[in-house]
Design a protein around this ligand. Structure first.
Ligand SMILES: C[S@@+](CC[C@H](N)C(=O)[O-])C[C@H]1O[C@@H](n2cnc3c(N)ncnc32)[C@H](O)[C@@H]1O
Length: 276
């Protein structure tokens, strides 16, 4: 596989984190993930559709796309993420010929050319972790047929604040001491700030952990680690993403800004039929 991804020493081991997630995954996580995917796409049924899951991570969204009727091709750069996606297939769709899983990189044009075209290209929280965001954004649309949908989520750029997070994430990925230091500082901070917010709003603090699955079927502790370590990290202002795809012949169908300043902005684009 040819790839331009940065030195693995400086990458967050996403797949290791996803393996922890598979240990806590329940049917209600899957239901919430399916609800959020169908809501954003504006369709509950993907019968006969070809769905490309770029950077499949745990494999949860490949699983829900398959449940919604799509045939799915999933790939991820991280071998442990690939193993997680394969594990979900083993649990729910063993022997299924309509769900393929491979190791691959969105930066690898030769690999993408072997895949054919898709009705939906899905890259949620992936392209800003490649180290070459704009190349990855470009490549993610190459696989679409005219009229196809592109669903992406990209971290919001907050200027100086994002620059500080980049340093924190890079320190986390620099080795065990950096990881322990950042975890020791930020996990208590995340916990205490959440607790204070809940107490101020007279909410049960335990609910935040239980109810986080409503956010795309995710787990709060897994998301904290993913956020703290998620490096490479290249956030972008939403308008830059929108203009980028409009210039490539896409129309914006749906935009959901992040609820927190630092989170993911979500975009649904359609490749205009006449576009090349
Ligand atoms: C934050 S996770 C998101 C996983 C999944 N899309 C989701 O929504 O839960 C980012 C994933 O992107 C993968 N990734 C990073 N660089 C990649 C690349 N160049 N090509 C494909 N996947 C990549 C990581 O290995 C990781 O599994």
């Amino acid at each position: 596989m040819t790839s331009n991804n940065p030195d693995p020493q400086e990458r967050f081991p996403f797949g290791k984190n996803w393996q922890e997630f598979l240990n806590v995954l329940t049917e209600s996580h899957i239901t919430e993930a399916q609800n959020s995917l169908s809501k954003f796409l504006g369709q509950a049924n993907l019968d006969g559709k070809k769905f490309l899951d770029i950077g499949s991570g745990s494999g949860l969204h490949s699983l829900v796309a398959r449940r919604m009727g799509a045939s799915v091709h999933a790939f991820d750069y991280d071998t442990q993420s690939v193993a997680c996606t394969r594990e979900l297939k083993r649990r729910f769709y063993p022997q299924d010929a309509s769900w393929n899983i491979e190791q691959g990189s969105i930066l690898d044009r030769q690999y993408l050319e072997t895949l054919g075209t898709f009705d939906i290209s899905y890259a949620w929280g992936v392209l800003h972790h490649t180290g070459v965001l704009w190349q990855a954004l470009y490549n993610a649309q190459l696989v679409l047929r005219p009229g196809g949908l592109l669903f992406i989520a990209i971290y919001n750029d907050q200027g100086l604040i994002s620059a500080l997070w980049k340093i924190i994430k890079r320190t986390y990925c620099s080795g065990a001491p950096g990881r322990w230091l950042m975890t020791g500082i930020f996990f208590p901070l995340f916990f205490i700030s959440g607790l204070l917010i809940d107490l101020l709003h007279l909410r049960n603090p335990a609910r935040r952990y239980h109810e986080h699955k409503k956010y795309r079927g995710m787990s709060l502790l897994v998301d904290w680690r993913d956020w703290l370590g998620g490096y490479p990290y290249e956030p972008a202002e939403p308008q830059r993403i929108i203009s980028f795809y409009q210039n490539l012949g896409f129309e914006l169908l749906h935009f959901e800004p992040t609820g927190h300043g630092f989170g993911n902005n979500q975009f649904l684009f359609r490749k205009i039929e006449s576009a090349g």
